[in-house]
Design a protein around this ligand. Sequence first.
Ligand SMILES: *[C@@H]1O[C@H](CO)[C@@H](O)[C@H](O)[C@H]1NC(C)=O
Ligand SMILES: *[C@@H]1O[C@H](CO)[C@@H](O)[C@H](O)[C@H]1NC(C)=O
Ligand SMILES: *[C@@H]1O[C@H](CO)[C@@H](O)[C@H](O)[C@H]1NC(C)=O
Ligand SMILES: *[C@@H]1O[C@H](CO)[C@@H](O)[C@H](O)[C@H]1NC(C)=O
Ligand SMILES: *[C@@H]1O[C@H](CO)[C@@H](O)[C@H](O)[C@H]1NC(C)=O
Ligand SMILES: *[C@@H]1O[C@H](CO)[C@@H](O)[C@H](O)[C@H]1NC(C)=O
Ligand SMILES: *[C@@H]1O[C@H](CO)[C@@H](O)[C@H](O)[C@H]1NC(C)=O
Length: 352
Amino acid sequence: MLRTIIIASATLMTTTEIMAQAQSTPKVLVYTATAGYRHDSIPTAIQVLGDNAQQYGVEFTFSEDKSLFTNESLSTFDGVMFVSNSDEVLDESGQAALQTFFQSGGVYTGVHSASACLFNDENYQQAVGALFDYHPPIQDATFTRINNTHPATANVPDRWSFQEEVYYFRSNPRDNGAVVLLSVDETSYVNNGTSSGNYPSMGDPHPIAWYIDSPLSSQPLSQGISKPGRSFYTSLGHLNSTWQDETFINHVMSGLKWALDGASTKAYGIGLVGNGNNNETSSSNQTSASASTSGSGSNTSGASATVSASASTSSGTGTGGTSGAQTNTHLPGNAAFIGAGILGLVGVSLLI
Ligand SMILES: *[C@@H]1O[C@H](CO)[C@@H](O)[C@H](O)[C@H]1NC(C)=O
Ligand SMILES: *[C@@H]1O[C@H](CO)[C@@H](O)[C@H](O)[C@H]1NC(C)=O
Ligand SMILES: *[C@@H]1O[C@H](CO)[C@@H](O)[C@H](O)[C@H]1NC(C)=O
Ligand SMILES: *[C@@H]1O[C@H](CO)[C@@H](O)[C@H](O)[C@H]1NC(C)=O
Ligand SMILES: *[C@@H]1O[C@H](CO)[C@@H](O)[C@H](O)[C@H]1NC(C)=O
Ligand SMILES: *[C@@H]1O[C@H](CO)[C@@H](O)[C@H](O)[C@H]1NC(C)=O
Ligand SMILES: *[C@@H]1O[C@H](CO)[C@@H](O)[C@H](O)[C@H]1NC(C)=O
């Protein structure tokens, strides 16, 4: 069942403060639904993402509720982040809403088996870049850095070794516009796995993590927006220990932040979806100035994953305490969220 945990902010806010602050912190729906294999690292992923939200200036809503995939509720998010999913985690109407979201400037990020779901959804495939084929048994492997300037890999070693599933893909993500950031040294592990089908080559060097700027899934752009959202995907992230590794956390959070910082959404004063009232015609020129205040806002973050989390949200910067309050009135069927929005609270839903 879907539980909503409401965290009280330190201060109540005026409407003006809510409006001003809410434009600064991008909101991301983290979707961990599974319809097949379920990673036991999902709770760790949720905890770690939550704990790092504030530092990276993002706000997460964690859910496995596919009914959130409607035009209306997706439009309150700047990005969707699929984490360790499996099989058919959305029905056709959810898939259509996700496509509308991408066409409206919405951002995509995928982690680990996010590439192993929605196998029949071409739009999703274009967003993630390539679908999972198989992996050999988990073992030590050495991942190799191809790009040392992209934020997702700037802090990753040139040769990065740990226990992981080395993913093989059903297509070459470069054919979907991907720029590969990480590869793997194929002599560093034993591949005795077998392909699940007869697929085209995934290309060389072996893709492990990549970005797409901009994915085909965003085409055609909806009327009223000029900028498609970016995509970032990493196949790493099987084990708890990986999610607890600072290098991996930086890899994932920086990849997500890079995608959001494409500034295609309302949190950046542009676009049709996201955390803010702005749209392109009315106020596209607020952009990064307001975004730079992120991090001074709420601690929805770790709060989402643990009830005991503190909710210290006062920024002390004079920009107000919480973010995330404003869009809540758009969330359908969830009175708690609406109440939270009015009172300047922060609501985070979490499916157990
Ligand atoms: C990973 O962590 C979760 C709790 O966060 C725990 O339930 C699970 O058993 C852990 N997995 C392993 C293999 O230790
Ligand atoms: C979602 O939005 C798209 C684009 O505006 C529209 O074509 C579609 O009919 C909408 N879907 C629903 C269920 O309203
Ligand atoms: C590395 O990523 C940056 C974007 O951050 C991109 O401009 C550059 O072309 C990439 N380099 C390679 C070698 O792909
Ligand atoms: C692959 O190798 C591992 C480790 O040696 C072994 O446990 C597994 O059974 C092998 N799988 C296949 C399909 O041969
Ligand atoms: C965008 O802002 C303009 C001007 O304020 C308004 O007329 C229009 O309805 C808004 N569009 C959306 C999609 O909110
Ligand atoms: C933002 O302002 C600049 C400078 O005034 C202008 O050139 C630009 O067209 C504006 N951007 C948008 C999207 O309106
Ligand atoms: C935010 O919440 C997390 C998780 O409970 C906690 O570890 C962190 O210290 C909090 N940060 C602030 C600034 O309150």
